[in-house]
Design a protein around this ligand. Structure first.
Ligand SMILES: *Cc1c(COP(=O)(O)O)cnc(C)c1O
Length: 422
């Protein structure tokens, strides 16, 4: 850690990730891929720390191409995929479904990559205009947007059907870049080191507060702790979809229905990376873990034992933040500091202030305010300006194919499109 402090972000990230790829073909070119990935970020510090008040810092993770923290992992992942596919002399057809943010981050990660074709499905008319244009105005021949006549759930069901068709999957080399991909988690570990070192680690212990949905981002923080970073606490901040917050306070993990919020990227029912933490909480006992996951499937929930919950409490605290408090926090931060924050980040600030830990607290800023202009304007009366890199999206032509909600039609479209590609 002494050796990492003060180094440029790409160099620090390379040293944090190196132990995860020993002996792999990716080990030697990894630093160059990392440098290239973070060269797409608008801020020279890549992930700058901004002080909000006496004890609270924002770690701004949203200076990448699509203005959300998912770029930090996906910009690198696209390059690693392309490298490995090129080495093997094969190609990959990435298919994904999005309700808004993930789609554009995946598209920016895959665009112009020689070995990748990407088909991204979104529900027609059900994503915001900015979100749609962030996807459809990308002028890259290997990117194929599809608007499905239906809901996000319909899009996910179509994906499932595509992957379930073994012939189709193998013939066209289907692949996914979803949030349980370990390389995505790995690429999120370095910024915990970067921020903690900037605030005095390892001598001083820092608390991190993380706006959470699928538990990938905060799991990366836990991985940093397991690697040896001294952290005071990891705070899980959820919106009104609070399955994670309920777990860390009661030990019961139980599904509820999804209630749409102004922080939509955290509107989840089951957190796909949570199983990774659960494995440690049950003492890495695979049979016990399998049993808990089966109970979740069959009866919609499970409870862990007191000792297992206590183990979670050694590192984690949690808080759920409702819509009203989220709006009030956006307004308060603007009033105090002139800073506009997005609703996801505001959930983190609210949770950090409620639990008020003594150590310095770093809240992860997961999206740029300009990505959620309506919610920010409603709370503050100020409309955040679209950053220059997105300024052209209202003029550029859109490319998108509307399709019926039907798996045969979708397969036909993918087959025909791929035949026309080199
Ligand atoms: C995806 C996302 C989150 C949640 O991150 P997880 O890793 O799923 O917990 C939070 N905020 C924003 C803006 C996101 O896009």
């Amino acid at each position: 850690m002494d050796d990492m402090a003060g180094r440029p972000y790409a160099e620090l990230a390379a040293s944090v990730m190196a132990p995860y790829v020993p002996g792999s073909a990716a080990a030697e070119p990894l630093p160059a891929h990392i440098k290239s990935a973070y060269g797409t970020f608008e801020h020279p510090a890549v992930v700058p720390l901004r002080q909000l008040d006496a004890g609270l810092w924002l770690l701004e993770l949203f200076h990448g191409p699509t203005l959300a923290f998912k770029d930090v992992a996906l910009q690198l992942l696209g390059r690693l995929f392309d490298f490995e596919l090129g080495r093997r002399g094969t190609r990959l057809t990435v298919v994904g479904a999005t309700s808004g943010d993930t789609g554009s981050a995946a598209i920016e990660a895959c665009r112009d990559r020689a070995a990748i074709e990407a088909f991204i499905l979104h529900p027609e008319g059900r994503v915001s205009e900015v979100q749609r244009r962030q996807m459809t105005t990308v002028a890259a021949a290997n990117i194929h947007n599809i608007a499905i006549e239906g809901t996000f759930d319909d899009c996910q069901a179509l994906l499932k059907a595509l992957f379930g068709d073994r012939d189709f999957r193998q013939t066209h080399h289907l692949g996914a870049v979803n949030s349980i991909n370990w390389a995505r988690v790995m690429a999120q570990i370095p910024y915990y080191f970067q921020a903690a070192l900037a605030l005095g680690a390892p001598q001083r212990r820092v608390t991190f507060c993380v706006p959470s949905g699928n538990f990938g981002d905060i799991f990366a923080g836990y991985a940093a702790v397991r690697m040896g970073l001294p952290v005071e606490r990891l705070i899980v901040a959820t919106n009104q979809n609070d399955i994670l917050a309920r777990f860390f306070t009661s030990g019961e993990y139980r599904k509820d229905r999804v209630r749409p919020s102004i922080s939509p990227s955290m509107d989840i029912q089951v957190a796909s990376n949570f199983e990774r933490l659960l494995f440690d909480l049950v003492g890495q006992d695979p049979d016990r873990l399998r049993g808990l996951m089966a109970t979740l499937d069959q009866s919609g929930g499970f409870a862990v034992e007191a000792g297992e919950l206590a183990r979670a409490g050694e590192n984690f605290s949690a808080a759920a933040v409702d819509e009203e408090e989220t709006r009030a926090t956006i307004a308060a931060v603007h009033q105090e500091s002139g800073q506009l924050i997005d609703p996801h980040t505001a959930v983190g600030v609210a949770a950090a202030r409620r639990l008020a830990p003594a150590a310095p607290v770093v809240v992860l800023g997961t999206a740029h305010a300009a990505k959620f202009p309506d919610a920010v304007e409603a709370a503050t009366g100020m409309r955040p300006a679209l950053p220059p890199r997105l300024a052209g999206i209202f003029e550029r032509p859109e490319r998108c194919t509307p399709l019926r909600n039907d798996v045969r039609t979708l397969q036909e479209h993918i087959r025909e499109t791929l035949e026309q590609r080199p």
